[in-house]
Design a protein around this ligand. Structure first.
Ligand SMILES: [Cu+2]
Length: 150
């Protein structure tokens, strides 16, 4: 049993190394200092982590949009990573107070250019939750997380 577990860990490590090599080959040299993979998905794809948590990645750049500006999760646990591909602008991420079916207090208060951060929260109430960058909400930097019934 112990041997089997060791082998699994080793295979996982090898798979991880392979993925790193692949992404290193495909990445732009300009972006090599980022801690974020250059080929990260910004299409709103939600994946399920081994612990059952839903994972979604949102990008910000040197404009006033979120990529994607809309995505859908199922009621439950969500891990949201905010990745900055900006070189100049500092952004943040929060759910607009009073704008959704329920409050989600978790936020990423500040994200400097080129950085990334992750937040986790649980959402139970289905519906549309508006999120925003509070620095640039007046410039239209908002988005919507739709929550489907679990
Ligand atoms: Cu912003």
């Amino acid at each position: 049993m112990v041997e089997l577990r060791r082998r699994t860990v080793l295979l996982t490590a090898l798979a991880g190394a392979g993925a790193m090599v692949l992404s290193a080959c495909g990445s732009d040299p300009d972006e090599s200092s980022d801690d974020a993979p250059a080929d990260v998905s910004a299409d709103g794809t939600v994946s399920i982590a081994p612990d059952g948590t839903q994972e979604v990645t949102v990008l910000v750049r040197d404009d006033y949009d979120f990529y994607p500006a809309a995505f859908t999760v199922t009621a439950g646990r969500v891990r949201l990573s905010l990745i900055s591909e900006a070189k100049e602008l500092t952004h943040n991420f929060r759910f607009t107070p009073g704008a959704g079916p329920a409050e989600i207090a978790e936020e990423i208060p500040i994200l400097a250019p080129g950085m990334s951060d992750t937040m986790e929260f649980t959402v139970d109430q289905p519906g549309d939750y508006q999120f925003e960058c509070s620095f640039h909400v007046a410039l239209g930097q908002i988005g919507t997380m739709a929550v489907a019934p679990g």
